[in-house]
Structure formats: structure tokens, C-alpha cells
Write a protein that binds this ligand. Structure first.
Ligand SMILES: [Zn+2]
Length: 314
């Protein structure tokens, strides 16, 4: 059997752009996750061409010269492998080699994408068979001693490619590091965290049960927890815009036993229906919506800390 002809660099670029445009359309510009069956529907020039392979973390189609996508598998809450996608001192994320040494085909395929500067797709597992596609991402360096690639999560981060992240280069300034870390959070951590939280609460506000995803946020129980990694779903709450702001601004607290409290001075205020139904009537009531899976429910230790901050602010 003759081997399929290798695509040219230009053809591969065109394919990647078409794939990413399609993903942008299917995910509301990268904000929503996809089921793996939906990912398999991608067609290019009339033929179905998978964007990932369900049996392999690193995917290079046969006619490609370099990897097209890589996958981080979903890990159940409590079983996270903390350093899998750790953010380095430079603010950039790392992706581990596939086990088996530097020269196995999968790792070579990633290296080829790095050397050619090709954009890749990162499929990040947020539940069994559900992935948040992050794109485009670029591999900008390899840290062979630690068996990993350095991932830039947008074009701006790629600018760091010219030196600072390599050991001989001048080191990144504090401002650059902060910028890189913030970009990593915005482009990878935020959509992954949001999708995990929306899924756990079945797209309802935990306090009022509102069921319109456009009006819901994935709120952090403690804002500064887990700065360096994907925030765990146990540090999250699905809240509508009003309840999110009320929680962050300490108008409302949530006790570790999932009971809502409204700041005392607000309980006696007289105003319209939003204050009455939205806030005052929730006082002393349990959260209306909690994740079905116990392990995805808010951590009582984190709620406790946040509740103390609420009491101090009142
Ligand atoms: Zn609400």
C-alpha cells in the first residue's frame, strides 16, 4: 500500500485555519466545550478528518508533517495531577511528553510543530468525553530534562520565544511574567473552569436556580486559591450576574452548610422586587442547586473561609 502523500506546509496551515474557524463557530469562540462525537464531525474539502484521536493524546494525521492537536484527559475531582499543566516561573504553561522518551513518534510530532511554528489545538478534558478546545496554541520551547514542552497560549506569548524563556536569555521582567500568567489564566484556566462549573450545576444559579447560561458566571469561592493551576470545581459556584456580584461584594454570604445569608442592613431596606425576591427572601434558605456528584460540591473549608470574610465585612 502506498503511503499517503505528505501535505505541503501551506496546505497544513490552511487545514489548521479551517479547523480552528470551525471550532470557533461550534464553541461560541472557545467559550463552550464540545462532546467528542461532535468534534469528530469536522469535514475538510468534503471529507471527514478527525481533529483528535480518541485513543491518543497527541494526534498527527497520516498526511501531516507535525502534530495537529494534543489532549489533556479529564481527571476526576480529587484525583488531579497537579503538575500536568503547571505554569512555570515565566508564566507559560507546560505540556508533558508522552511517556517513552524523546524520540517516540508522538513526541517527534509535537517537536515538528514547534520547529515549524505551526498552530495547534489543545483539547482539555472537563468531564468524561467532553473537551474544552483551546486554540491556537504554540509550542515555543522544549525542556527535555523535565520531559515537557512550553506552551504559548496566544500570539502575544509567542513573542517570548526569542530568548527570555531559554536559560541563556535574559530573564523575563516581573511585568512580562505577570502578563504571561494572566494570559494563561484567561485563555486556558477560565474557560476550563467555567465549563466544569456550568456542567456541575447543570447551568443553574446555585442561589436562585435561574437557568439561562448567558446570565450565569462561574464564581470563585476564594478568589486567590489555586493561582497556578486550573481552579478546582470545588472552589466554584454557578451564580447569576446579580448573585455573583452580591457574593463578591459581600452583600451575601454562603455558610459551609450551604445556607445563604444576606447582610443585616439590607434585610430591613425597602426597595423594589429585585431586593425583596432576589436577596431578602433568600436569607436563611439553602442553596437551591448543588452538583449531583458530591465530589463536585463546594468545599466546606473554602466556604468557611469566604463566610468569615463576609462576616468581617458586614
Ligand atoms: Zn441567581
Amino acid at each position: 500500500m502506498a503511503a499517503s502523500p505528505r501535505m505541503t506546509f501551506e496546505d497544513e496551515m490552511q487545514f489548521r485555519h479551517a479547523a480552528m474557524e470551525w471550532l470557533a463557530m461550534r464553541t461560541n469562540d472557545g467559550a463552550e466545550p464540545m462532546y467528542f462525537l461532535d468534534i469528530e464531525e469536522f469535514e475538510y474539502e468534503g471529507a471527514r478528518t478527525p481533529l483528535r484521536n480518541r485513543y491518543k493524546g497527541i494526534w498527527k494525521p497520516a498526511t501531516f508533517g507535525a502534530a495537529l492537536s494534543f489532549t489533556t484527559k479529564f481527571t476526576k475531582p480529587g484525583k488531579e495531577r497537579p503538575y500536568e499543566d503547571a505554569v512555570g516561573d515565566d508564566g507559560l504553561i507546560r505540556y508533558k511528553w508522552r511517556d517513552g522518551g524523546p524520540d517516540i513518534p508522538d513526541n517527534r510530532a509535537l517537536r515538528a510543530a514547534m520547529e515549524a511554528g505551526l498552530p495547534l489545538i489543545w483539547f482539555y478534558g472537563i468531564a468524561e468525553g467532553v473537551y474544552q478546545p483551546i486554540f491556537p496554541v504554540f509550542l515555543v520551547a522544549e525542556e527535555a530534562d523535565q520531559h515537557q514542552f512550553v506552551v504559548a497560549i496566544d500570539d502575544a506569548q509567542r513573542l517570548f520565544e526569542d530568548g527570555p524563556i531559554f536559560s541563556e536569555g535574559p530573564s523575563l521582567s516581573v511585568v512580562e511574567k505577570r502578563y504571561a500568567a494572566r494570559m494563561a489564566r484567561q485563555r486556558l484556566h477560565q474557560p476550563v473552569f467555567r465549563s466544569m462549573v456550568m456542567r456541575a450545576y447543570d447551568e443553574h444559579c446555585a442561589v436562585c436556580a435561574l437557568h439561562h447560561v448567558e446570565l450565569l458566571d462561574a464564581a470563585h469561592i476564594l478568589p486567590d486559591a489555586h493561582e497556578d493551576g486550573i481552579a478546582a470545581v470545588t472552589n466554584g459556584l454557578s451564580l447569576c450576574k446579580i448573585h455573583h456580584s452580591a457574593y463578591d461584594r459581600k452583600f451575601m454570604g454562603i455558610r459551609p452548610d450551604y445556607v445563604v445569608e444576606i447582610r443585616t442592613d439590607l434585610l430591613t431596606e425597602v426597595d423594589g422586587p429585585m431586593l425583596r425576591h432576589g436577596l431578602q427572601e433568600r436569607h436563611g434558605e439553602r442553596l437551591l442547586i448543588l452538583p449531583q456528584r458530591r465530589k463536585e460540591r463546594p468545599s466546606s473549608a473554602l466556604l468557611e473561609k469566604a463566610y468569615h470574610r463576609f462576616l468581617e465585612a458586614a
